[in-house]
Design a protein. Sequence first.
Length: 275
Amino acid sequence: MTSQHRAAVLGSPIAHSLSPVLHTAGYAALGLTDWHYGRHEIDESTLEAFVTALDPAEWAGLSLTMPLKRAIRPLLDTVSDTARAVDAVNTVVFDADGRRHGHNTDVPGLVNALRERGVDRVESAAVLGAGATASSALAALGQLCDGEVTVYVRSAERAAEMRALGEQLAVPVRTADWAESARALAGPLTVSTTPVGATDAFAAGLTDAPGVLFDVLYHPWPTKLAAACLERGGTVLGGLDLLVHQAVLQFERFTGVPRGPLAAMRAAGEAALAG
């Protein structure tokens, strides 16, 4: 164990973040009584001053949420290949000498969450949305999908960005207009990265044997689409699945523990969401 014993999540807004609950539960499960994980309301204008003031002898790392996943990059000494590919850093690890290393745990978190539910390979997949989480989803599907990934988007600009990312990741991508997005649910795997309510209208049109749905929202849960999929016997993953799996990977990087306490962190997240 290093002498570094602090970590935190940064973002704006940040009061809703479950990361402190998850990491704190992980510390408790492993008896790491001298570790502390906090949250700080930080935006692009205050990011540099906050990060550069941290003592690397005390701080192990940072978790980053919006709007900081791209803004952090100029402050880093290294950026992992995955984080560079999707242009999103959600994890910063500090060396004892002060060097800062950027990583992305959303991509492997998505992969691990799906594999935990038995989704190792699919013939094709669909992504709803084209933001930062959709980019991570596309990178994750590159490790799971044997065929084409269809990305449903609202603008030609977003479509071009996702096709370019697909080329960069060597993932065959087809883009389709959002008006056709209900068709996504007919495939073996759909990853929805859209805001609350965006997919509610799709619930009524689900087939009796839906494929796997990974809806990255966790509040409110279940979404109307997730509830409808569950009622029809489909496999459903939610935002907590992603949050816990990516948080475990951060926990391991921050603490040096080779296997984070997934079950304890998930239980804490479920309890927090339950009220």
